[in-house]
Ligand binder design. Sequence first.
Ligand SMILES: Cc1cc2nc3c(=O)[nH]c(=O)nc-3n(C[C@H](O)[C@H](O)[C@H](O)COP(=O)(O)OP(=O)(O)OC[C@H]3O[C@@H](n4cnc5c(N)ncnc54)[C@H](O)[C@@H]3O)c2cc1C
Length: 502
Amino acid sequence: MQVKTQLDEIQNYLTDASNMQGGFAEKLFVPETVLEISEILREANEKKIAVTVSGARTGTVGGAIPFGGYVISLEKFNKIKSIDKENLFATVESGVSLIDFQKAVEAENLFYPPDPTEWSCQLGGTVATNASGARSFKYGATRNFVETLEVVLANGEIVKLKRGEVFSDNGFIELTTESGKTIKAKLPTYEQPDVRKNTSGYFSGAKIDAIDLFIGSEGTLGIITEIGLKLLPKPASFFSGIIFFENETNLLNFVNEARFISFQTRADKDQRPKTKDRIDASLIEYFDENALKFISEKFPEVPENAKGAIFFEQETNAETEDALLEQWNELLEKNGADLERSWFTTTEQDREKMRAFRHALPVSVNERIVRYKQKKIGTDMAVPDDCFVSFLRFLKEKLDESGLEYVIFGHIGDNHLHANMIPKTDEEATKARHLYGRFIAQSIMLGGTISAEHGIGKHKSKYLYVQYGERYLNEMAELKRAFDPHGILGRGNMFDVKFLSN
Ligand SMILES: Cc1cc2nc3c(=O)[nH]c(=O)nc-3n(C[C@H](O)[C@H](O)[C@H](O)COP(=O)(O)OP(=O)(O)OC[C@H]3O[C@@H](n4cnc5c(N)ncnc54)[C@H](O)[C@@H]3O)c2cc1C
């Protein structure tokens, strides 16, 4: 095992994609076995030294940034142990990168849907943040694919979890470690917001599977070392479209209908296999008018008068393709889409171009931000179905009033949009931060979540306090203490350390 202490060796492990500054650490460990991780944690626990788990550091909320103590990097846990084609199951070490895994799965003609855009992340990181992406609209977040976990707890004890084996009872979870010790923890009593994507705080509910507690726990309850993942057969092909609308009401009606029919199709599927040839979008993504203007710098073929666009994708095969194309066409016509100038494809090559179009937006925004020497301030909130349109109007109204440059885009199928504010000056940055606070308040008031996919980390812990309040943060801290009595793991992630000293 490598152990590094020099700043130039540790430097890369002190930042992540959040750009949060000020990270520092005493030692970096790069273990190669579970036993080594167990030993480091046993020592850190005895000495009450903070331990930060480091994946690929693509997280956007500072979760992997240490503020003192040890860093444990999982980069050597990079083996894909098995891909069982027959049982659609893979076992991996947690440091395997998503891109390596996707390539291996693809080579077996299988499909692993979770796709948080940034493929250099590690699978352990995606489990720890319950990462999701555009296709989560159909397939759900990473949680839906995690079947087994091996986790090393703060005191070095190891637990092995299998979905369906251990459930909470009367608000408590009881786990037995590999050495036979029992841990009993009280779950937080908050209700999960009524949204389809949520990464705010520990998973909780009336009866939860123990494995779900560790998914999305952001390196605060244990170090994930091995993961068993469910796979799907690879879809034969996809039908995709980037559709432009001259009228935003039409666009929103189209999204509403496409979403409604997709949910109906899924609900019927078990009873009526024929519904496979009915609309069932795997992703529905949104671009507002400003976003299109940004992208048109790289894609001049974007129609000038477009007030917004939708990118959708639908699984097809030789039997269903014609019927599905017809149904999408009907739905688009009915809702006044600009069919003449929209783009459609059933080929992999053109779909890549559509992905490039989607990707061009965050890239262009980042370029602009760098030019202004400022930081991007972007939302990650989701709200319940019936509040979505009013939330979007609220965002636009306040942003237009502010005079700030902004774009809104993202996972409209899940009522989850990223409103990115692009301040040009320090004064505008202050204005943007103020607005961000108002958006947080509004999303909470509507029963939504402050974070649908990026997690809380250190960046948003003060907003989690706003979402849950003192009582529930104390309950989260009580749960953490049951697994990590000295609060050494992921210190500062999700909630302030002051909650751990109660
Ligand atoms: C350009 C870009 C686009 C993105 N788009 C999306 C998106 O669409 N959807 C989305 O969900 N996310 C998105 N993300 C962020 C996303 O969180 C990460 O891509 C990924 O989930 C984190 O993996 P990582 O290995 O980089 O983890 P890190 O950033 O290293 O760590 C993230 C957190 O997990 C903990 N952790 C890491 N590994 C382990 C482990 N083995 N055991 C326990 N805890 C661990 C860390 O301590 C930290 O708290 C994006 C990021 C970028 C840069």
